[in-house]
Design a protein around this ligand. Structure first.
Ligand SMILES: C[S@@+](CC[C@H](N)C(=O)[O-])C[C@H]1O[C@@H](n2cnc3c(N)ncnc32)[C@H](O)[C@@H]1O
Length: 491
């Protein structure tokens, strides 16, 4: 725990407050370092406070000022995470001269996240959405096209002999992963905002983890993190609007682990500091958990490198937050429609109307309404389609038997995207010698396949009920016959 005690000394010497009588830090066997209650903690208790100037961001690092703020923006260093990554590299290169050297030393330098997996390991994630979301190629493009030119054109700030030591692609990925797994999106301290103390600013947006508004009016907004990777031209233009300067590394707050449904502490912001506050009473000896937004295992693995395994209501082990992402294109395939200009036109219109290109099936197994609306749109006759466009109206998500049959076909197609069967994967998980990355990949697939399989079974049951009821309606009704018979008899 040397790294932690050094970090705590630095934290307190730099103006941070830690309630040492209530909060300790230790290593948990299955989640690494984390916080523990040293005595019973009531709800609403301040566990620690981080002065805003201890946050590490493009606002607090001196680097953007040294480069020149105009140049920084011209080179688009304020878009995405590349600017913060460069600040973290530069602060590390400053060694003990950096205010954050003790903090940076304490951060992990290796990760279990799929960003660092081999091609063979990534194969295990086939069928899940993890691989396409990694954005490794786009991240590396940012490194080559934005970060390196900036570094090479400022030998005063980045001496050439330090480039192979501190500004490599490998370190770039490590810094990106530190941000992905540990940053917070912190609302700027707005000098225009005249309100005092607790009324500071607006609610922050979500980054790796959320920071909430001041406790009284705390209202959490979960929004996607503006990740450094995967930004195409359009997204980049949008991102320009969305400045990334609030994305901050927050010492100590990033030492808390999280598990589905276990949150008992949360980070709030005030005008001058951020505060980790208990959101429930916590018993002595219990872990102090933050929340990462109760994410599905696919996202936990991609961002944090771990998965959640809890007892589910049906007795299985898994993550209640698991979901299956279904590309809208699968509806086209399930309807046996050709990938023609006509089909493309409808899909493009769907997207223009605000429809998503991916629909999400959750563990409640409810058929996603967006999928129903999309299927109905694709099935419109030419006349109906033209009317829908003229009225600017996407069909209502009415689920009838025909649409249900297509939904089932979509889910069956989706299930086939995984190379192995659910049963095979369940057997695989019994093998205790399975390497960690493979085990986590199998856990992700199993969670998703269980949802798909159960949803298909549920639809099959609905279809067979509907079929039986149709048969009953078509057959002469027994009651009526009996009635006639009895009438006849009576006669
Ligand atoms: C914000 S940091 C928390 C502190 C971290 N445990 C450490 O040792 O520095 C997030 C990282 O903690 C680990 N972690 C958090 N919650 C976990 C959990 N429920 N199970 C396993 N690992 C977890 C993951 O490695 C994740 O990337």
């Amino acid at each position: 725990m040397d790294a932690v005690s050094g970090l705590l000394d630095w934290f307190q010497a730099s103006g941070g407050f830690l309630d040492k009588s209530h909060v300790g830090f230790t290593v948990f066997p299955d989640c690494g370092r984390g916080a523990v209650a040293l005595q019973d903690i009531p709800e609403g208790h301040i566990l620690f406070k981080i002065p805003r100037d201890l946050l590490l961001s493009t606002e607090t690092s001196a680097l953007p000022g040294h480069v020149g703020l105009a140049r920084w923006r011209e080179e688009k260093m304020h878009v995405g995470w590349v600017g913060l990554i460069l600040c973290m590299m530069w602060e590390t290169a400053q060694g003990p001269r950096s205010k954050w050297s003790k903090y940076l030393e304490s951060l992990p330098a290796t990760f279990d996240t799929p960003m660092f997996w081999s091609a063979l390991e990534l194969e295990e994630l086939k069928g899940t959405s993890v691989v396409e979301k990694l954005g490794k190629a786009d991240a590396e493009r940012e490194f080559r096209e934005k970060l390196l030119p900036m570094v090479q054109s400022h030998p005063d700030l980045f001496p050439p002999d330090t480039i192979p030591v501190h500004y490599t692609l490998e370190i770039y990925h490590v810094m990106g992963s530190r941000i992905l797994s540990r940053s917070f999106d912190v609302e700027k301290d707005d000098p225009e905002d005249e309100t005092e103390g607790e009324e500071a600013g607006n609610t922050s947006l979500g980054s790796a983890m959320d920071v909430d508004a001041p406790q009284e009016d705390a209202e959490s907004i979960h929004s996607g993190a503006s990740e450094h990777a995967g930004q195409d031209e359009d997204a980049e233009e949008e991102a320009e609007e969305e400045e990334s300067s609030g994305v901050s590394m927050v010492p100590l707050a990033d030492m808390l682990n999280a598990r589905y449904g276990s949150e008992n502490a949360k980070l709030y912001y005030e005008k001058d500091d951020l505060r980790m506050v208990s959101t429930k009473s916590i018993k002595a000896g219990e872990q102090i958990w933050n929340t990462y937004g109760d994410l599905p295992n696919a996202e936990l693995l991609r961002r944090y490198g771990h998965v959640d395994m809890l007892a589910l209501p049906n007795g299985d082990l898994g993550n209640p937050g698991d979901v299956v992402e279904i590309p809208a294109d699968l509806a086209v395939a399930a309807l046996h429609m050709a990938d023609s200009p006509i089909t493309r036109e409808r899909i493009d219109w769907w997207l223009e109307q605000g429809g998503d290109d991916v629909v999400v099936l959750e563990s409640d197994l409810e058929v996603p309404l967006a999928l129903v609306a999309l299927i109905r749109l694709l099935r419109l006759t030419t006349d109906e389609w033209e009317k829908a466009v003229a009225k600017d109206k996407v069909p209502k998500p009415k689920l009838d038997d025909t649409v249900l049959t297509v939904v089932r076909a979509v889910l069956e197609h989706r299930l086939k995207e995984y190379p192995s069967s659910l049963d095979d994967d369940v057997v695989l998980l019994r093998d205790e010698s399975l390497p960690l990355n493979k085990r986590q990949a199998v856990i992700v697939r199993v969670g998703e396949k269980r949802i798909l399989t159960s949803a298909i079974q549920k639809i099959a049951a609905q279809q067979s009920d509907a079929q039986s009821s149709r048969k009953r309606k078509m057959q002469p009704q027994e009651g009526a016959e009996t009635g006639r018979t009895s009438k006849t008899r009576r006669r």
